[in-house]
Design a protein around this ligand. Structure first.
Ligand code: IMP
Ligand code: MG
Length: 182
């Protein structure tokens, strides 16, 4: 049985949480802010795959200044010779030296991913580097991160849809859904 506004992915049920209309509104507001802040700076957006693809597409339509976009992946793995997580940046072809960089993320949770990416990109000497995320879980962030552009802050719930997945499923959903505790 399907209840309206509810879906099941793998073993979990989700209910609608943020409708598409609000997600598009968030992109509209962020797009206007970024366009004003980066006038004459020809920013390079770096969108993090897979999750940020839908946010990146809608945000880009709201940017009305000259800009570029590229997509990259961040993969983290356990180094066999140390205890730390190693984060590798895959797919960055552009020379970012002296460029104004805006990282596009779907969600900042602990902040591990975006923090590690920042440390990596800073060594390539960009002119500036800022983070834009559709969603932020402020109670979960574990790093000294300044997230300049936030679409929406949310509580510590697991969410899917609009690019975000639960074990591969749910990225195609137009709206954001949150898990229903069982
Ligand atoms: P972080 O490194 O903990 O900030 O989280 C990084 C990545 O985990 C995000 O880019 C997402 O891909 C994924 N993630 C974190 N929270 C959620 C969630 O609630 N739903 C789906 N993916 C999530
Ligand atoms: Mg992601």
């Amino acid at each position: 049985m399907n209840t309206p506004g509810r879906i099941t992915l793998h073993d979990k049920s989700f209910e609608i949480n943020i409708p598409e209309r609000q997600l598009l509104q968030a992109s509209e507001i962020l797009g206007a802010r970024i366009s004003a802040d980066y006038k004459d700076k020809k920013p390079l957006f770096l969108a993090i795959l897979n999750g940020a693809f839908m946010f990146a597409a809608d945000l880009m339509k709201e940017i009305n200044i000259p800009c570029e976009i590229s997509f990259l992946r961040v993969s983290s793995y356990q180094d066999m010779y140390s205890t730390g997580q190693v984060t590798e940046v895959i797919g960055l072809k552009e020379d970012i030296r002296n460029r104004h960089i805006i990282i596009l993320e779907d969600i900042v949770d602990t902040g591990h991913t975006v923090y590690a990416l920042l440390q990596n990109l800073i060594t390539k000497e960009p002119a500036s580097i800022k983070i834009a995320t559709l969603l932020l879980k402020p109670d979960c962030v574990q790093h000294p991160l300044q997230v300049k552009y936030i679409g929406k802050s949310i509580p510590n719930d697991f969410v899917v849809g609009y690019g975000l997945d639960y074990n591969g499923l749910g990225r195609n959903l137009r709206d954001i859904y949150k898990v229903i505790a069982d």
